[in-house]
Design a protein around this ligand. Structure first.
Ligand SMILES: [Zn+2]
Ligand SMILES: [Zn+2]
Length: 350
């Protein structure tokens, strides 16, 4: 294949451009080429655009959340066939290093391990993408599941699923999720799988809070601009605080809110990516005996997520507020970056 295709390319700090690029070819026997049928814009793409992802290489095609159809397969890829419909995982992982063997694929020690697609190697805001370690990075989309239902599986839904999974939620718990952006909303949906008594969404955007409530992702919403989250959480729990807190906002004061609204012995799970160091005021929290969990998603539950989507237990289609063709990607970026028209997620169709 030496055809040309449209692609969104990271040119340099502050600039994305739409360019013609050659259709990729198989480089390693473990690769697959996926014909992209739907891709999306993620806030991490905006971080790349602003130069705040040091690993991101100028000249790469961006995009790390996509679904498609297998167009070519390396000779070592087992379990997949040409034309299979697949989701693509944001993380590349070898499957056999120390961390991969333990399910900690985010820390895969392979040179392409971790978030490579659309960051260090060409990603999916284009017509065809090369996926390294395709056997690990691709998952079959079940029959009856549409591209729009499956699109977030490999990135934000994996992140929400992972956050909920490590937060040790018990049936009947009061769970607070700080941040009702796309990943926060996915996190709420995944927390619901553990049957908490209630989910409290905390955000400063009334539109996003209303969506969380309307779609049943949250039971109660709190806007810290007009209400005090600590008081509300205490009033809901006989003065104790939330059993589990997930911090998915990454704002200037959201980390402080996270530990303050937690009850003693709670789990506080930090999913957010901060731009600044955060202060852990140990004297103030002494005796509260909190457990903090932090990190980046270990995205290796995609088959489970896709099964839950097929069963109707996870539905993220309400997050797709805008649809563009790939040819109009720059217009889509402008809308997404400047949060115009109450955008939650934008999908692009090649
Ligand atoms: Zn992302
Ligand atoms: Zn590995």
């Amino acid at each position: 294949m030496n055809k040309q295709m449209n692609a969104v390319v990271y040119k340099k700090n502050g600039q994305f451009v739409l360019k013609k690029r050659p259709v990729p070819a198989i480089l390693n026997p473990t690769d697959a080429i996926v014909k992209v049928t739907l891709t999306s814009i993620c806030s991490s793409d905006i971080h790349i655009k602003h130069g705040s992802v040091p690993k991101a290489k100028p000249g790469i095609i961006v995009g790390h959340e996509m679904v498609g159809e297998i167009a070519a397969l390396g000779r070592d890829v087992k379990g997949f066939s040409i034309k299979d419909r697949v989701t693509v995982n944001v993380e590349t992982f070898c499957g056999h290093c120390f961390f991969c063997e333990r399910g900690f694929v985010n820390n895969c020690t392979d040179q392409d391990g971790g978030w490579a697609l659309g960051c260090r190697i060409d990603g999916g805001q284009c017509e065809y993408v090369r996926v390294p370690y395709a056997e690990n990075g691709l998952n079959h989309i079940p029959d009856g599941v549409s591209d729009e239902q499956a699109i977030f599986t490999g990135d934000i839904l994996s992140t929400g699923f992972w956050g909920a999974k490590i937060s040790e939620i018990h049936a009947g718990d009061t769970v607070a999720v700080i941040g009702a952006g796309p990943t926060g909303l996915c996190t709420m949906l995944c927390c619901r799988l553990y049957h908490p008594a209630r989910i409290i969404a905390i955000d400063t955007d009334p539109f996003r809070l209303a969506l969380a409530k309307k779609e049943g992702m949250a039971d109660i919403t709190v806007n810290p601009q007009t209400e005090n989250p600590e008081d509300i959480l205490k009033s809901l729990t006989n003065g104790r605080g939330a059993d589990v807190v997930l911090e998915v906002a990454g704002g200037t004061d959201t980390f402080q809110t996270a530990w303050k609204i937690a009850r003693p012995n709670a789990i506080v799970c930090i999913v957010a990516l901060y731009e600044q160091p955060q202060i852990l005021p140990l004297p103030d929290m002494y005796g509260k005996n909190l457990t903090f969990k932090t990190g980046g998603v270990d995205g290796c539950d995609c088959d489970t997520i896709l099964r839950l989507i097929a069963q109707g237990k996870l539905d993220t289609t309400s997050l797709i507020t805008h649809r563009f063709s790939l040819a109009n990607a720059l217009e889509a970026y402008d809308l997404f970056e400047h949060k115009k028209d109450h955008v939650i997620k934008v999908v692009l169709k090649p």
